[in-house]
Design a protein around this ligand. Sequence first.
Ligand SMILES: Nc1ncnc2c1ncn2[C@@H]1O[C@H](COP(=O)(O)OP(=O)(O)O)[C@@H](O)[C@H]1O
Ligand SMILES: [Mg+2]
Length: 357
Amino acid sequence: MSHHNWMDDFGELDDLSAIPRIRNVGRDRARKGKAGSIKRSNFAPDGVVEPADYEDLLSEYPFTYNASRHERVWITESLSGFYDQQWFTDVLRQIKGGKEASVYQCLASETLEVPYLAAKIYRPRRFRNLKKDHIYREGREDLDENGNVIRNDGLLHAMKKRTDFGKQLLHTSWIEHEVQTMHILHQAGADVPVPYASGDNAILMSYIGGDEMAAPGLNAVDLEPEEVRPLFERVVKNIELMLANNRVHGDLSAYNILYWEGEITLIDFPQAVDPRQNRSAYPIFLRDVTRICEYFNRQGLRISARRLADDLWTAYGFRLTPEVHPALLDDQDEADVAFWRSQEKTQPAQLANRRRR
Ligand SMILES: Nc1ncnc2c1ncn2[C@@H]1O[C@H](COP(=O)(O)OP(=O)(O)O)[C@@H](O)[C@H]1O
Ligand SMILES: [Mg+2]
């Protein structure tokens, strides 16, 4: 496989039918105690509201941030539930706006232990632009806005047929996957924002930065020479924590690592994949590691991305190229079972997969 094919476009992964299918397995439901769910507000999500209703909106949700009318309606639609539940008392400023998601600095309620929260609000088109989304979605179950697996046939059908409602469900499922990954990683002690609450269109998490300025991405920071290696090691430690918790970031780069007062925070997890369930997990992982190494190479470190990725991947019990794919073995066949036992030490993750089928 040439280095640039998969880097650009997952070129060779297009034909997934060539690889035996990994059967889906039940996942540990790591989310405990959903923090809060947003209610649908009465305001039109497309920003079209009557002048009198707009006046009501301004007085009911008197946010400091001076947004355009359209953005104001959108923010209120997405965050009013969190506001009503007293997670925050004001929206102060936009940290980053974009075609796909916008992030806002909010003033936390006095009852919380932190001064600010960050609210990430998604645009409807966010996941329609994602190239080859089926690669990331492979093997994972869809989640509703409470983080529960969607098992209702009618809803599954709507998603498959991409009806308007189905698209909304898919959209929310990406967000819930992001929140779930953040919960898992936070509990594992990784450097990620604390997820406080989520709704069908937004996530409320801890804010990284100072009063006046949010943390920049690593890409925008000139590191001191002496902090380059420790920060690299910190990133690798986080990558290892992710592997230990069966997660590959899927969009890791210096842009998605915030830097504040010498500390790093990894963000932006909707496309994270589970190596036990996703046949593209290794190439996705290799791309993540390559981007990180490219950044640190520019900062003066000499590291081989390929070797680092291979070492980490195998150290956590994942196989680079499964000699015999579990889907090809019959668990009713004694010889197959005996063979599988002999593989136990080298591929524990896939074995776990196999056992739970
Ligand atoms: N918890 C946070 N604290 C401070 N800034 C944040 C936080 N989360 C995101 N940001 C800012 O918002 C930007 C976009 O967030 P991100 O999750 O990367 O979404 P996307 O890249 O999909 O638009 C980040 O690059 C960062 O500048
Ligand atoms: Mg990002």
